[in-house]
Design a protein around this ligand. Structure first.
Ligand code: ATP
Ligand code: MG
Length: 402
């Protein structure tokens, strides 16, 4: 598509979105987009309502079938945000293939995992008519912005990011993070938080629903947005903030632990399959994994994440399934044993994942539909990101693309 027709389509789409804004009222949890940008909302009464809109961005790596931790810590929240978002809010959910390459991948497995992930995102309830669902690796703007951000990222800040250690340790099945050092670290893995910042800023996201393991990265993203804005403003006072400072949105169950080693988080990249419950697991598989989950030999059930991480993890899972707090669940089980608790966790998880699993089995057969959804999402993502990139290139003094 030429840039002129791309611009026309972008304009048409913006007009359409504005028409949708109408009399919509802002609602939802956490700060609005403007609050997230640190702007004064008290004086906004005279502004049109759609200026309060939020933009959500989140991603998941196609490094395997999503697990219970992904679901409770992030994916389920995506669906909730989609349901509760105001009509003028925009939601982007991306399958971030370039991040997957920071660890070695098998080509065929990676290809299949990307399609599986699209089917799973739809199966849990993401609606392509409401949310923009796309493959990050099909939009080169992510890489271009990542490069610009790399050029302003202090290496010291990246060195303080510890997530690469966890990822390497999980993928190598190391006993703990002290067993991995930077002799195993490739540059992609070292700088992937910068790519993640680009993913978010490329859409001027104001809110990022993620699990707790991403906290450091969101902080880095905010720092980079600030550095970028400041540098450009110092250059030219008319350049108001290029990027908003995005806020993380966490769920109550922001960290679900491995069933085999409750000192580390449940992870797609761990080679131990028994450590995670997949969204595609059958009831029998779920039962077997939870029955064998590591707990402790203390009598009775209490919620004590520090001293009883395995038991507390089961309580967190049950509480999340029942939309309540782990402490409250613990009170109900105080006189019971682990066998009892595990039985109820099994029932709750099987029930919660029944529908996503059935939907996945139906959707994975509908290959043409999955391709259409991906193409449509990519088209919208490119339109929006191209506008942002035009401004960024112009402000940086890069030649505009023809
Ligand atoms: P990998 O091991 O390949 O990094 P992962 O299981 O960590 O995979 P990601 O694709 O990196 O999954 O993360 C997708 C989303 O799921 C992120 O928002 C992340 O914060 C969240 N998440 C990942 N693991 C957990 C967990 N154990 N508990 C809660 N949220 C999680
Ligand atoms: Mg991860």
């Amino acid at each position: 598509m030429s840039s002129i027709s791309l611009r026309r389509v972008a304009h048409a789409w913006r007009v359409q979105r504005r028409a949708l804004c109408g009399t919509a009222r802002y609602y939802g949890t956490g700060p609005s987009g403007l609050e997230a940008r640190g702007e004064d909302t008290a004086s906004l009464k005279t502004l049109k309502v759609h200026t309060l809109s939020r933009t959500y961005f989140s991603g998941i790596q196609p490094t395997g079938v999503p697990h219970l931790g992904n679901y409770l810590g992030a994916l389920r929240n995506w669906v909730k945000l989609q349901r509760e978002a105001a009509p003028h809010d925009t939601l982007y959910f991306s399958i971030v293939g370039w991040h997957a390459l920071t660890l070695p991948q098998d080509r065929k497995v990676l290809l299949g995992a990307q399609t599986d992930m699209m089917a799973l995102l739809l199966a849990i309830g993401l609606d392509p008519k409401r949310s923009i669902i796309f493959h990050q690796s099909q939009n080169p703007n992510h890489l271009e912005l990542a490069w610009y951000l790399n050029c302003i990222t202090p290496v010291g800040k990246l060195r303080r990011m510890t997530t690469w250690k966890g990822r390497l340790a999980d993928s190598r099945n190391a006993n703990d993070e002290s067993e991995v050092d930077d002799s195993l670290l490739n540059t992609g893995l070292f700088t992937y938080p910068v790519l993640q910042a680009a993913d978010i800023l490329l859409y001027k996201a104001t809110h990022v629903p993620v699990g707790e393991d991403q906290q450091q990265h969101i902080e880095l993203c905010r720092d980079l947005a600030e550095i970028f804005n400041r540098q450009l403003e110092a250059d030219n006072k008319t350049f108001r903030a290029t990027f908003p400072l995005p806020a993380p949105v966490y769920t109550p169950s922001k960290r679900i632990l491995s069933l085999r080693d409750p000192t580390s988080k449940m992870s797609k990249s761990s080679p131990i399959e028994q450590s995670r419950i997949l969204l595609t697991d059958s009831p029998e598989e779920i039962k077997a994994k939870i029955r064998r989950a590591v707990t402790d030999s203390v009598q009775g059930i209490t919620y004590d994440p520090v001293n009883r991480p395995g038991t507390s993890n089961l309580l967190t899972i049950l509480a999340a399934c029942e939309n309540t707090e782990p402490e409250q669940v613990a009170d109900l089980y105080s006189g019971k044993d682990h066998g009892h608790l595990k039985s109820d966790v099994i029932d709750a998880v099987v029930e919660m994942l029944r529908r996503p699993r059935e939907e996945y089995e139906r959707l994975i057969q509908a290959r043409t539909y999955l391709t259409e959804v991906a193409q449509d999402g990519l088209w919208k993502a490119k339109l929006q990101s191209e506008q942002v990139m035009r401004t960024v290139r112009e402000r940086l003094g890069m030649l505009a693309t023809p």
